[in-house]
Design a binder for this molecule. Structure first.
Ligand SMILES: [Zn+2]
Length: 50
C-alpha cells in the first residue's frame, strides 16, 4: 500500500502557480498554489492594504 501511494505521487504532474503558470519546485506543502514570486506579491499587497 505504501509503495503504491509513493508511485502515485511520483506520477503526479508538477504543481503550477495558479496566477502565472510557473512550475512550483518547492517540496513542502503550499497553502496556496502560488510560486514564490506571486506569493511575495500577495504578501506585499496585504501589507499595503494595512
Ligand atoms: Zn506565480
Amino acid at each position: 500500500m505504501i509503495q503504491k501511494s509513493t508511485a502515485f505521487f511520483k506520477n503526479l504532474p508538477p504543481k503550477q502557480c495558479s496566477k502565472c503558470g510557473e512550475v512550483i519546485h518547492e517540496k513542502h506543502e503550499f497553502y496556496a498554489n502560488l510560486c514564490n514570486e506571486c506569493m511575495q506579491r500577495q504578501t506585499i499587497t496585504k501589507f499595503c492594504r494595512n
